[in-house]
Design a protein around this ligand. Structure first.
Ligand code: PLP
Ligand code: COI
Length: 339
């Protein structure tokens, strides 16, 4: 293999050697199959194509200084996928089968796991789709679960540096009692126009307010929000945002650092009071927020006044990355070492 430029990888798809697949037929999940095809032969009436029976996940594997490969909180991704399956009536895959498939696909593609020094990682993308044919609006009777992997660099420009964000009010990503809490493709389809507008205007990503009142901060297109003030980590409580595993981890780490943690609705005006703020997620890690503009009411909430990541974001970032790469002790048992 031509040596990859590990330190300058984009967040994008790259062909690797293998993916793994499990088919659901006749009411049961089959064996885990290893595949080197990048394509999926599919019935044209498959429910994933017409009625959005599609769920995905995102997690990462990291190569440590000690050469060991660590996967971060895979049981949490298994549980969230199960929750998504309940949400759109797809059969759940057990945590055990999920774990086995993740470990298998990571081992099979070991040569694509970036070296420690590069700061890059192996992104793991599980996908679960309805493949059975259906024309009436009903769940399918056949499904495919697959996982592919791809080496990735930072999701937002500059990695750990501040970026500007924008509140887009003219599109909602998800409804209060809709699918926002699930990781389904439809939420991302709903975000594409807002995301394009944000990018066209030079922002890193779009922010959504709650769809009902347009009063509270929900989240970004692909990451949760948190704000820091008075030694407190504050993050939105909402029925329309994805329960982020990174955010859950940061809440624990903030508590470990002796901070208070608040999960509650965050009104837009409160943005004026934060000392620091960030967008967080598997892809984003922590992306410190420079400012959030609200074009419609003409407000610009400048958070990083000197344009630099603040001390709390920096500490949390290094702690999280340290656990993921094996530089910090894994006191909460978050890491699975690939043997
Ligand atoms: N919110 C959305 C809409 C996302 O797509 C993601 C990415 O998975 C997150 C938040 C962050 O979640 P996690 O930390 O589990 O990756
Ligand atoms: C992730 O953080 O894993 C995401 O899913 C973000 C985005 C690529 C959808």
């Amino acid at each position: 293999m031509k040596e990859l430029d590990w330190a300058n990888l984009p967040f994008g798809y790259m062909k690797t050697d293998y993916n793994v697949r499990i088919y659901y037929r006749n009411g049961a999940w089959g064996e885990t199959e290893v595949c080197s095809e990048e394509t999926i032969p599919m019935h044209m009436a498959a429910t994933c194509l017409h009625y959005g029976q599609e769920a995905f996940e995102g997690l990462k594997a990291f190569r440590g200084k000690d050469g060991k490969v660590r996967i971060f909180r895979l049981e949490e991704n298994a549980a969230r996928l199960q929750s998504t399956c309940q949400g759109i009536l797809m059969p759940e895959l057990s945590t055990e089968r999920f774990r086995e498939a993740v470990l298998k696909v990571v081992k099979l593609n070991e040569r694509f796991i970036p070296p420690y020094e590069s700061g890059a990682s192996l992104y793991i993308r599980p996908l679960l789709i309805g493949t059975g044919a259906q024309v009436g609006v009903h769940p399918a009777s056949e499904y495919l679960f697959l996982i592919f992997v791809t080496p990735v660099g930072p999701y937002f420009k500059g990695g750990f540096s501040t970026n500007p964000y924008v509140i887009i009010r003219e599109f909602d990503r998800s409804a209060p009692l809709g699918t926002g809490i699930y990781k389904v493709g439809g939420n991302y389809a709903a975000s594409l126009r807002a995301n394009k507008k944000a990018h066209d205007l030079g922002y890193a990503c779009e922010f959504y307010l709650d769809a009902k009142e347009k009063k509270y901060i929900d989240e970004c297109g692909a990451a949760n929000f948190f704000g820091i003030k008075d030694n407190t980590y504050i993050t939105p409580l909402s029925t329309s945002i994805l329960p982020s595993i990174t955010n859950k981890s940061l809440m624990q780490l903030a508590e470990d650092l002796g901070m208070k943690v608040e999960r509650r609705p965050v009104p837009e005006e409160e943005l004026t009071t934060f000392e620091e703020a960030g967008a967080c997620g598997t892809a984003a890690v922590i992306s410190p927020i420079e400012r959030i503009d609200d074009l419609e009411n003409g407000k610009s909430y400048v958070i990083a006044k000197d344009g630099k990541p603040g001390p709390v974001c920096t500490k949390l970032y290094h702690l999280l990355r340290g656990i993921q790469y094996g530089d910090e002790p894994d006191v909460h048992g978050w890491v699975t070492i690939v043997e």
